[in-house]
Ligand binder design. Structure first.
Ligand code: FAD
Ligand code: EPU
Length: 339
């Protein structure tokens, strides 16, 4: 366990905004958890790779930087493999490693930044698949009972960009490892039209899992700004989900708005389209702005502060609420200890 006082968090968040913590504790071994100072979510924060956080203020207390590594096959039954993964393992490197080992199921989730321990927080998802299709269980330290817990996938309450860890009991658990159930037999999941088109464009008729992963990587590189080149946290807002009546009203007024049916008759609406329609794609406030490549991504052109990015986010929310009557909810964790 490494400990640093008053560290800068600038290199530890993909927006690249300046922020500091009181203390930074880097967790490298599971036993270190027992040595940690008591965690209080009103002043402390757990951090993985920092690709889904916006620091609006400093962190007055401790940042626990999760660097618990390890990948091990814990069981093989029939066609599926149970793989235990340390929370600090890089997600994309894990995806590519599983494919090289002949395990499938993660290919659609290629190139999502961040580490494995954060994946359950918002049930990471892309190109028609989300973590819930492969998650078996989560091991975590429960700060409330001061004990280790092993939570089955159903107990994690995974939903669209949501989970037990995010909305029901935020700050209660420190995830130390996740267990995935991965099949050896490849069952392609090509419901996402853009992915089918990408494979067709490469003349691939019967794709392997590796072909799907490569196609997802090409799509993502084309669509999304790279945080190494321009600070961002991916989609800044969730796509709003509304009931069927509300969807009918909005779609009658805005027939071009892309929408997708989801569970229980609800409808998911494209936040990017609404933001672009408000004329905000490429909008700037100093160095904070909306990406000119993708309207759902807020960016730091270089010297923006977290407050400035939050100001842009608030302006986007106000414009979409006025034009469409739809509230937009931020997707990243907005770290604001002044509230
Ligand atoms: P962090 O940003 O460090 O943390 C995120 C949240 O999880 C925080 O609330 C933090 O406190 C909490 N947390 C982190 N680790 C733990 C732990 N071990 N225990 C308890 N709490 C923890 N997401 C998608 O779902 N789909 C996408 O397609 C996608 N594309 C993206 C593209 C880009 C360019 C970027 C920058 C981001 C994208 N994201 C996407 C968001 C991001 O990749 C995911 O949310 C990822 O899981 C964040 O991992 P992280 O390690 O960086 O988490
Ligand atoms: N669109 C616009 N303007 C834009 C960009 C997109 O109008 O500038 C419209 C297009 O019509 C497009 C639609 O929005 O058809 C949807 O765009 P896209 O396919 O890029 O998906 P998204 O809804 O913007 C979601 C996830 C992404 C995930 C992709 C692919 C959320 C909040 N975002 O984005 O996840 O990678 O689908 O599955 O659900 C993330 O969470 O950080 C993230 C990047």
């Amino acid at each position: 366990m490494k400990v640093r006082e008053r560290p800068s968090l600038k290199a530890l968040n993909s927006f690249g905004v300046p922020a500091r913590a009181g203390l930074l504790v880097t967790l490298e071994r599971e036993e270190d958890v027992l040595e940690l100072p008591f965690f209080d979510p009103r002043r402390d924060l757990v951090l993985g790779d920092g690709t889904n956080v916006l620091f609006v203020t400093d962190v007055p207390g401790t940042v626990i930087h999760n660097r618990l590594m390890g990948r091990s096959v814990v069981a093989e039954d029939g066609d599926s493999i149970l793989l235990e993964v340390g929370a600090g393992e890089n997600w994309h490197r894990l995806v590519r490693w599983t494919l090289r080992q002949g395990m499938t199921g993660l290919e659609n989730l290629s190139l999502i930044p961040g580490c494995a321990g954060a994946a359950p927080l918002q049930n990471i998802g892309a190109y028609g698949v989300d973590l819930s299709s492969v998650l078996d269980r989560v091991t975590a330290w429960d700060w409330e009972t001061a004990a280790w817990v092993s939570l089955g996938a159903r107990e994690c309450l995974l939903g669209y960009r949501d989970s037990l860890f995010r909305s029901v009991a935020p700050g209660r658990y420190l995830i130390t490892s996740i267990r995935l159930r991965l099949p050896r037999t490849f069952r392609p999941r090509l419901d996402f039209a853009g992915l089918r088109e990408e494979l067709a464009a490469a003349d691939i008729v019967r794709p392997s899992a590796l072909d799907v992963s490569d196609a997802v990587i090409r799509l993502r590189r084309r669509k999304l700004p790279d945080p190494a080149a321009i600070g961002n946290a991916g989609s800044f807002f969730k796509n709003p989900v509304v009931n069927a009546d509300r969807a009918d009203q909005v779609l009658a007024d805005h027939p071009g708005l892309p929408s997708w049916p989801v569970a229980d008759g609800a409808v998911k609406l494209s936040a990017a389209w609404m933001i672009e329609r408000c004329g905000l794609k490429g909008h700037r406030l100093g160095d904070a702005g909306v990406s000119d490549r993708h309207a759902l991504v807020l960016v730091n052109h270089g010297g923006a502060s977290g407050q400035q990015i939050w100001q842009v986010a608030s302006a986007v929310q106000a414009a979409v609420a006025e034009a469409f009557g739809i509230p937009l909810e931020p997707e990243p964790r907005v770290v604001d200890f002044s509230r």
